[in-house]
Write a protein that binds this ligand. Structure first.
Ligand code: PLP
Length: 443
């Protein structure tokens, strides 16, 4: 009998997960999978962390829902205080998903310009090859393959070239590549300057291209252009924020301070739907001195259960020094990625930052496959071998992201890369690429 569950691939027969602990998932048949992409770059602190599980149970026994229009709670204020203290922003607006966080960031920018007498600033500049969520605003910001579902409803904003050094700038230094990208950006600012509300970019390209790190100087240069043209800078840190790159925010690597930041995924680490938009004093102060109210919100936003979960996740990040540990583990992780790439000729690029890194595949013998087919096939083989990786879905390349929980141990990483190496061998054997030999260990 057909399932009544509507899935992305309607009749897909996916394994059902029965339980999870740390970096491992176990299905109903007893098969174990290494959660090597943290779900969708979400589960930073691993599964079933006892502190978070306890906090959720305690909160559930007290109260699970009140509406933010009628009540606040000391925990909600405390979470906002803690998040803003950790990041240096003036305020935190809670929502339920990364898409809502980006959408809210856009609405804050629009409101800022309405409240300060410049309502004509309604346009956004973003990377064509980026991803900001599945809402109309988010899809309008990106040229991700999913944009097709919105058809003409997605707004046709002008776009910037996304940093993608491997394909677009072979042989260029960071300074040279930044100059190229910023030259292109300056032309867009000059063309649309007076109508622009904000630039919205990912700090590191995630779902669309696979862990593409910008050249040093690029985000700093974009910040300077925003200042020169009176445009707000929004950075979408839904994938990169809350420690994924070894710092609380990925922009910290380049010392850049956006006006607005979208957070999601790692913020509640998969324990509850939870996301936030962080807003600086320039924007929040203008709204406070203007209408003094935010027109928007979602019913479940800031519900007590999610707030308690977010608090508990931040406890774990701080008490167990998870972000510092991620920064320390990153070079070991990178060495593993490079080591397997060095013996698997289907991999033509290895890239990334912190605990989010990607392989890009290509058939170098001239054979053609539909874009994305190699990445999807590898992800399927890797799942079969016991490690879940994240194939890009943007429609631009064949990259696969590996982004394990930040709490993975070195021994667990050894185990993960044994599985990935095995999966690569199966993949390449199937493609007739030859059987490599991997020797030695990283640690
Ligand atoms: C950078 C970025 N922004 C926004 C989103 C959308 O988040 P959500 O799927 O939680 O709505 C994603 C999801 O992958 C993302 O990677």
């Amino acid at each position: 009998m057909r399932s009544t569950l509507i899935q992305n691939v309607l009749d897909a027969e996916l394994p059902a997960i029965e339980s999870a602990s740390g970096v491992w998932l176990t299905d109903t048949e007893g098969r174990r999978y290494f959660d090597a992409c943290s779900g969708a770059v979400v589960t930073t602190i691993g599964h079933a962390h006892p502190h978070v599980v306890r906090a959720i149970a305690e909160q559930a026994a007290k109260v699970t829902f009140t509406h933010r229009g009628a009540f606040t709670s000391t925990a909600t204020d405390a979470l906002a205080d803690r998040l803003t203290a950790m990041t240096g922003y003036a305020g935190a607006w809670f929502v339920n998903s990364g898409s809502e966080a980006t959408e809210a960031a856009m609405q804050f920018a629009l409101q800022y310009f309405r409240e300060t007498g410049r309502p004509e600033r309604q346009w956004f500049l973003s990377h064509r090859k980026g991803y900001h969520g599945n809402t109309l605003g988010g899809l309008s910001l990106s040229g991700h393959a999913r944009r097709g579902v919105a058809g003409e409803l997605a707004h046709d904003f002008p776009v910037l070239t996304a940093p993608y050094a491997f394909r677009d700038a072979p042989g260029l230094t960071d300074a040279e590549y930044s100059a190229v990208l910023l030259g292109d950006a300056r032309r867009r600012f000059e063309e649309h300057g007076g109508t622009l509300a904000a630039v919205v970019v990912e700090a590191v390209g995630g779902a669309t291209l696979g862990c593409t790190t910008p050249p040093d100087g690029y985000l700093q240069g974009l910040r300077a252009l925003c200042d020169e043209f009176g445009v707000l800078m929004i950075v979408d840190e839904v994938m990169t924020g809350a420690g994924r790159t070894g710092t609380m925010l990925a922009v910290d690597h380049w010392d850049v301070r956006p006006d607005i930041v979208a957070l999601g995924k790692g913020l509640a680490a998969g324990y509850s739907p939870m996301a936030a938009t962080l807003v600086n004093e320039r924007v929040l102060g203008a709204i406070r001195e203007g209408s003094g109210r935010i027109h928007g919100g979602h019913t479940y936003a800031g519900n007590p259960l999610s707030i308690a979960t977010g608090m508990a996740v931040l406890d774990v990040l701080e008490n167990e020094k998870v972000i510092e540990r991620a920064a320390a583990l990153a070079p070991v992780f990178q060495a593993h990625m490079e080591r397997v790439a060095s013996v698997h000729p289907s991999i033509v690029d290895v890239r990334g930052i912190g605990m989010m890194r990607a392989f890009e595949f290509e058939l170098t013998d001239g054979r053609q496959r539909a874009t994305g087919a190699l990445a999807a096939r590898f992800a399927a083989i890797s799942q079969h071998e016991g490690a879940i990786v994240y194939a890009t879905t943007g429609g631009y390349n064949d990259a696969v992201s590996v982004a394990p929980p930040l709490v993975a141990t070195e021994t667990e990483l050894d185990e993960l890369f044994d599985i990935i190496d095995r999966a690569l061998t199966v993949f390449e054997t199937e493609l007739g690429i030859g059987v490599p030999v991997l020797e030695g260990t990283v640690s």
